[in-house]
Design a protein around this ligand. Structure first.
Ligand code: IPE
Ligand code: IPE
Ligand code: MG
Length: 252
């Protein structure tokens, strides 16, 4: 596309990167179908892409990387596929946690964990506890996540605090809401990438995406490479983010 991959390393490395990149990793099943492979193979290759992209994001100096791994609507898939996807999260944490920790990656999982199996919750908690004080890349995995669920839970918690007399309804601000979301303390994503050619958010970071730049890549997630990530960032860098104000003055 942009031929970024052809640029000399020094030039590519100099490209400014957004602070928070979030990715809707889509297209595993179509990737497998194109190859006449079972869909589990697509999901497995998807996990390989997670490894490669996480490493690349850290090396590029991205501070926050959020990956959409399982949506609250993905329960509507066949039971064996749901179980494959649960198994892959467990496998990923078991196999990669030590390396992530060694690389100073801080892991955080967002989404509803109340309805996940106990062994998955235990692994999630272990990953978060082990990497809590790490300060390199912050890797956020959205698992059993849905933006509407997240906002609903936040409203419920705020309502409880109002009822208990700890919050005055008139004092509720956007910050109050943001602080009750799963992403409390995480800056909003600057760039949201969706792979596989679909152009929708599918319930991802609905509150937090208010001013995110959206970039759509046609490649299926298992084929998404560090070069593709750099292309998406190059596209982000060509955008003019106005946040409702006026265009930045043209640089002389
Ligand atoms: C993304 O790939 C992985 C998850 C949503 C869990 P899909 O499984 O959605 O693959 P496609 O989009 O049907 O090709
Ligand atoms: C979104 O992909 C969820 C994840 C990437 C985890 P889907 O494949 O589930 O989304 P839809 O159904 O195409 O909107
Ligand atoms: Mg999909």
């Amino acid at each position: 596309m942009m031929g970024r991959q052809d640029a000399p390393a020094s030039e590519t490395d100099a490209v400014p990167v957004p602070r928070h990149v979030a990715i809707i990793m889509d297209g595993n099943r179509r990737w497998a179908a194109r190859r006449h492979l079972p869909r589990q193979v697509g999901h497995r290759q998807g996990v390989e892409a997670v490894r490669v992209i996480t490493r690349a994001a850290g090396e590029m100096g991205i501070e926050y990387l959020t990956l959409y791994g399982f949506s609250s609507e993905n329960w509507n898939r066949p039971a064996d596929e749901v179980s494959d996807l649960m198994g892959l999260l467990k496998l990923f944490i078991r196999r990669d946690l030590a390396e992530l920790h060694q690389n100073g990656v801080q892991v955080r999982i967002i989404g509803d964990r109340e309805h996940l199996e106990a062994d998955i919750v235990a692994l999630i908690e272990e990953a978060e506890a082990l990497t809590r004080n790490n300060s390199n890349l912050k890797l956020i995995i959205a698992f059993n996540y849905g933006g509407q669920n997240e906002i609903t839970s936040a409203v419920r918690r705020i309502a409880r605090e109002v009822k208990a007399g700890r919050i005055d309804p008139e004092a509720i601000t956007q910050e109050t809401v943001a602080n009750h979301l799963d992403t409390a303390g995480i800056p909003d994503p600057d760039l949201i990438i969706r792979t596989s050619g679909e152009k929708r958010l599918s319930n991802f970071l609905l509150w937090q995406s208010a001013y995110a730049e959206l970039v759509f890549s046609d490649v299926f997630w298992p084929d998404f490479s560090p070069e593709r990530l750099k292309e998406s960032i190059a596209e982000f860098n060509r955008r003019d983010r106005r946040f409702g104000a006026v265009a930045a003055p043209v640089k002389s």
